[in-house]
Design a binder for this molecule. Structure first.
Ligand SMILES: [Zn+2]
Length: 169
């Protein structure tokens, strides 16, 4: 269910208990070419605009759910730990968004919270170890692919330097 959570706007609250691995709900959205405040990124150039309770899942660096995609427009939050009725549902927006349309300052209170939330791209730039941990756990297939490409690029620079230096002058 969705309720007014004051300063943070509307929040989706669990109405039942869930165990880790449970599908909390299934939302079928509309695939858009550009991100909006209410989209979840499926792939490069595919952003799923969701409505209903799915729209108001909060961001957290210590969330209780992660996003699983079916087809491009079918989105399922899956519990990553036990959830009690009345718990606010959350996932890490950086697990699905590369570069968010609506960046904001987070107040989730998690020890790993980095304040500004702008997407995986920004997390990787400011907190590479947190980004790596996210890519290895809850990140979407798209983010994992994109993160691997970034790592390959940054690895390529130091790897080429020693081999060039090893060539006798
Ligand atoms: Zn936070």
């Amino acid at each position: 269910m969705v309720e007014d959570a004051g300063l943070v706007g509307l929040a989706t609250i669990a109405v039942a208990a869930f165990e880790a691995g449970d599908t909390i709900l299934t939302a079928v959205g509309v695939a858009l070419p550009e991100p909006t405040m209410y989209t979840i990124q499926y792939d490069e150039g595919t952003h799923v605009e969701v409505d209903g309770p799915m729209r108001h899942l909060a961001h957290s660096r210590a969330p209780n759910a992660r996003i699983v995609f079916g087809t491009a427009a079918r989105v399922r939050p899956v519990a990553t730990r036990a959830i009690a009725p009345r718990d606010r549902l959350s996932f890490d927006y950086c697990a699905t968004e590369w570069d968010m349309a609506a960046k904001f300052d987070c107040c989730c209170g998690a020890p790993t919270c980095r304040g500004a939330v702008g997407g995986f791209r920004h997390l990787a730039a400011t907190s590479p170890h947190l980004a790596a941990a996210l890519a290895a756990s809850a990140a979407s297939p798209y983010i994992v692919r994109r993160a691997a490409a970034v790592e390959l690029q940054s690895d390529a620079v130091p790897a080429s330097a020693p081999s060039a230096a090893a060539v006798p002058a």
